[in-house]
Design a protein around this ligand. Structure first.
Ligand SMILES: [Zn+2]
Length: 287
């Protein structure tokens, strides 16, 4: 082969190698390259949901990401190998936010690779659109906690409907989708409210009373005494002391072999209906 041809071939091979290395690098750093069962900060689907929502959301001071696909509700499954019908699963749930401590909590959860479920107050979400967008991209679940936090059992039907619809609309404006679970304030519900609520009612079996005592150590000890497989733990991200309890609580739960999951993951494989109230997922046939 003439020298000039050999040089041309060598140059071509070098170019190919460079391109391939570039492709390989991009693949390795993609969120979707994470191993199954590990936490993934943003799947293509959830990123697309955010991208779609950026067109309708309020101005947040952040440049809108490019629109890559239509928005739609997708929940990231971080524990695809965990069957919460038999495994020791537990769901951390945070009520009454978002608030000024919520993004700090999201930072903690990201560091611990732990998903949570946030039952949001409609009246708070407009003030913290970035927190909601992070919840979605970082794989957490969003639920409704009504707009103004009333006892729904004391309201006429039209006010109950308005509390639910206005909250869904406020969340939809920011994220592009409405939540599909409800936590009634104070856990208060009755036959009349259950008929008006078209999504499952997610209550809890572990009440840390964090809002009352504001003691991180007590929040952890109360939770650890009451938790069992399938539990739903109630916390409030509007209190600094509740957020401060989270790293220790997560460490203790993981240490006892619990898989920390979202509400959707906790009840995966079961049929839930509108107005049905749930306090935990029975595990291994227990009541
Ligand atoms: Zn509440």
């Amino acid at each position: 082969m003439p020298l000039r041809s050999r040089l041309a071939l060598t140059a071509s091979l070098l170019l190919c190698a460079t391109l391939l290395a570039g492709c390989g690098l991009a693949g390795d750093t993609s969120p979707d390259a994470a191993e199954p069962g590990t936490w993934r900060p943003a799947s293509g689907a959830s990123a697309a949901r955010i991208a779609g929502s950026a067109q309708v959301g309020p101005t947040t001071g952040h440049a809108p990401p490019p629109v890559v696909a239509p928005a739609g509700p997708v929940h990231i499954k971080r524990h695809p190998g965990v069957d919460c019908a038999i495994a020791k699963c537990v769901a951390l749930t945070f009520d009454d936010g978002p608030g000024k401590y919520t993004e700090g909590l999201l930072d903690l959860l990201a560091r611990e690779n732990v998903p949570a479920t946030f039952f949001l107050l409609g009246q708070n979400v407009q003030q913290y659109p970035h927190a909601l967008q992070r919840m979605v991209t970082e794989g957490h679940q969003l639920g409704s906690h009504t707009f103004t936090h009333p006892d729904l059992t004391t309201l006429p039907p039209e006010r109950v409907a308005d509390e639910l619809e206005s909250t869904n609309e406020a969340i939809r404006k920011i994220t592009g989708f409405a939540p599909d679970t409800v936590r009634p304030p104070y856990g208060a519900h009755n036959g009349a409210t259950d008929r008006l609520i078209h999504d499952p009612l997610i209550l809890w079996d572990v009440d840390t009373l964090d809002w009352q005592h504001h003691d991180p150590a007590r929040t952890v000890s109360v939770a650890m005494e009451a938790v069992r497989g399938g539990s739903i733990i109630l916390l409030h991200d509007i209190h600094k002391t509740s957020v401060q309890a989270v790293p220790e609580l997560i460490g203790r739960l993981k240490g006892q072999g619990y898989s920390l999951v979202t509400i959707d993951e906790l009840f995966a494989g079961t049929e839930l209906s509108g107005g049905q109230a749930l306090t935990r997922r029975p595990v291994g046939g227990q009541a």
